[in-house]
Design a protein around this ligand. Structure first.
Ligand code: 13P
Length: 263
């Protein structure tokens, strides 16, 4: 069909690996995983490993993402790391991951500042959004998607929207959550359509169409193909699977197959 949209495969390592382990793991990954045409592989190690890995990584193969950033550039913010400090070390940053929202009480004002800080510092924000099980059961999915999306993007001007990625990750589908369950392709397709609809309302159809929208939640090598083939899904944000080199590399191979089908 001549569709050459990039496919993003993002591995969020969460709070795993010491810096030494992270370095060895990246080395292992770079031997196993071969990126293909139009496939962008991104890994998000712990903050403490980023600088070492930035010296080690071949940026033509893998890009680095921070799992979090602070929305201010410098100042008296004990324990925080800013996008200004990460500039040049990472190309991407996760913003508003549900673990940040629900375990560390980050609300939309904070995600908005972080998205703006990322852009100000030439880092592509990957804005994560998604509803809890309770919210889905109460019929609030679309409202949550809209609020988190519009809340997170409210300082972004149209000209910068080509430097933003959105990841839809329903909290109830994340593997580390008790009773996690797989989202159905219809549920994902619906949510991703809502994302583009809300973006179109603010920024217009063209921007919405061009926006990369990823899916995350219990991705593994048996379901990656299904999720990647959903209309409107431009890639995957994976947690657990990204910690296993064989799994990671077979998911990248699946992405290559999907990419080739689109030619
Ligand atoms: P899992 O792939 O382990 O469900 O984690 C998803 C996630 O939270 C990625 O950011």
């Amino acid at each position: 069909m001549g569709d050459v949209r990039k496919i993003y495969i993002v591995g969020n390592w969460k709070m795993n690996f010491t810096p030494g382990e992270a370095s060895l793991y990246l080395h292992k990954l770079s031997k196993k995983v071969t990126p293909g045409k139009d496939i962008q592989i991104i890994v998000a190690p712990s903050m403490i490993s980023l600088q070492t890995l930035s010296l080690q990584v071949n940026r033509r193969e893998f890009k680095l993402a921070a799992q979090n950033i602070n929305g201010r550039d410098f100042g008296a913010f004990t324990g925080e790391v800013s996008a200004a400090q990460l500039r040049g070390i990472v190309d991407y940053a996760l913003v508003g991951h549900s673990e940040r929202r629900y375990l560390f009480y980050e609300h939309d004002k904070i995600t908005r500042e972080k998205v703006a800080a990322a852009l100000r510092n030439r880092i592509v924000p990957i804005l994560c959004i998604g509803e809890t099980l309770n919210e889905r059961e109460n019929g609030e999915t679309d409202m949550v998607i809209r609020d988190q999306l519009i809340g997170g993007l409210s300082e972004v001007v149209k000209e910068d929207m080509d430097k933003v990625i959105v990841a839809y990750e329903p909290v109830w589908a994340i593997s580390s959550n008790k009773d996690a369950k797989l989202a159905t392709p219809d549920e994902v397709e619906d949510a991703v359509r809502q994302v583009r609809k809300h973006v179109a309302e603010v920024y217009g159809e063209k921007v919405a169409e061009a926006l990369p929208v990823l899916y995350g939640g219990s991705i593994n090598n048996s379901n990656a193909g299904t999720y990647l083939r959903i209309e409107g899904v431009d890639g995957l944000l994976m947690g657990g699977a990204s910690l296993i080199a064989d799994e990671f590399s077979s998911i990248v191979d699946i992405a290559k197959e999907v990419r080739d089908e689109r030619d």
